[in-house]
Design a protein around this ligand. Sequence first.
Ligand SMILES: Nc1ncnc2c1ncn2[C@@H]1O[C@H](COP(=O)(O)OP(=O)(O)OP(=O)(O)O)[C@@H](O)[C@H]1O
Ligand SMILES: [Mg+2]
Ligand SMILES: [Mg+2]
Length: 494
Amino acid sequence: MTAQTAERDLSAVIGLEVHVQLETATKIFCGCSTDADDGDGPNTRTCPTCLGLPGALPVLNEGAVEAAVKVGKAIDADIPEETRFHRKNYYYPDLPKDFQITQYDAPVCADGELSFRVEGEERTVAIERAHLEEDPGSLQHKGGSIDTADYTLVDYNRAGTPLMEIVTAPDFRGAGEVRAFLAKLEEVLEYLGVFDSTRDGSLRIDANLSIVPGDEIADDGTIATETLEAANRTEVKNISSHKGAEKALAYEETRQKNAVRRGREVEQETRHWDESRGITVSMRSKEEEKDYRYFREADLPPLRVSDWKDRIAIPELPDARRRRFREQYGLSGEAASKLTSTKQVADFFEDVAEQFDPDLAATWVADNLLGELNYRDMAVTDVSGRLNEFTRLVELVADDEITTKNAEEVVLRRMLDDGLAPDEVVEAEGLGKTDDDAVLAAVREVIEENPEAVADYEAGDDGAVNFLVGQVMGKTGGSADPGTVNELLREELP
Ligand SMILES: Nc1ncnc2c1ncn2[C@@H]1O[C@H](COP(=O)(O)OP(=O)(O)OP(=O)(O)O)[C@@H](O)[C@H]1O
Ligand SMILES: [Mg+2]
Ligand SMILES: [Mg+2]
């Protein structure tokens, strides 16, 4: 077999476990703040419960369950009548009580799915389950990374932050698909208001990858369960960015394909993604389920969500909102995508579109505002308190009080750079369109001062008007409307 056929005959199979921090004010089993890093220093947001001291009892945070139910609804999952917590036992310094309270056989969400677009195609990946659990503390490796550090410090401020672990089926066939999926997942979670992507470490990925011979993949892309179970997979733990996941998986795919091609077996193991070196390194052989000695968490009774879940509402999700924007406002697909990129942008646009022609609102929000914000590394959330100022700017343009060019290039920029209100910029820069009398006076002066151009015009040279328009624009400091000047000139010329 040549290397080329071998390449074609092997396919990567990828499944993800995505851990997302749910946005709640307090931790999942105690009243400590979830603000892990508000400047007070390590281990200041802790109590006997999240420190795992003997005898401390967990009390479930209702807000965390509501957030989880919202996620379940957004991914079309089944939310069972009753959900339960289990103890997953393992020894590691980030987990002082030596077990993590998590879910096992009755997770809060099961059998969901998420669709996303990759390279112009719609893909749907199954979500096997999504369950609630507590985040462990965070380790800080000093003098190196996890495998090379001199020593390690532990901070329990993060311990007990509500996490949702979202487990996909092994439905991905490449790292690029994973990246597109993660972007879509984050978008949905942010729309739900249960997640903050700007928070450090708020999304962490365990990426599982195995190599399967291409002829084991059916025409519809499915792979037999026995094949999936038989394939040795590696799990790259704790990747903290989309880009990291993409790179780690691309690396792992190449590494495993090379091993298979050389006739070596891939070890079933847990690996670590070393961001700075751009490689994955072996950490330990993969633990098996029995290693965790799962058993019921007796300190938390089973939770009935059956009637409660119906009262938990979710907002319009990005796909639906994009569709509605196209229909209701007549926007192009591209404009609708841009304007729904975050819930905040979409809300902002709708506030502006309520007051103006949707096309004008779309141009101003999608092109001008987002462009200028992007250039400054700012987000719509940085200006959401200034909606009135922004609508005033659009109003100045709509009412023809300032030119579009000045609005874009002067007013908007100074609003963002100097925090000025639009009327203040117009005043400071003298941008108000010159009133008609002043323009007429300038037109007459220009005709007086340029007898040669006037003669050319009389001789039939229409281009001479353009020259005269330029002269008038110069006299009025660019504030006159060129179309009006043109008309006035033709009226005044002999
Ligand atoms: N052959 C395979 N190749 C790649 N990924 C796979 C394969 N089979 C299963 N997976 C993926 O492995 C993951 C299994 O996650 P799950 O949480 O169920 O178990 P785990 O990793 O053993 O448990 P833990 O939570 O302790 O890490 C899923 O994302 C699944 O899609
Ligand atoms: Mg898991
Ligand atoms: Mg795992």
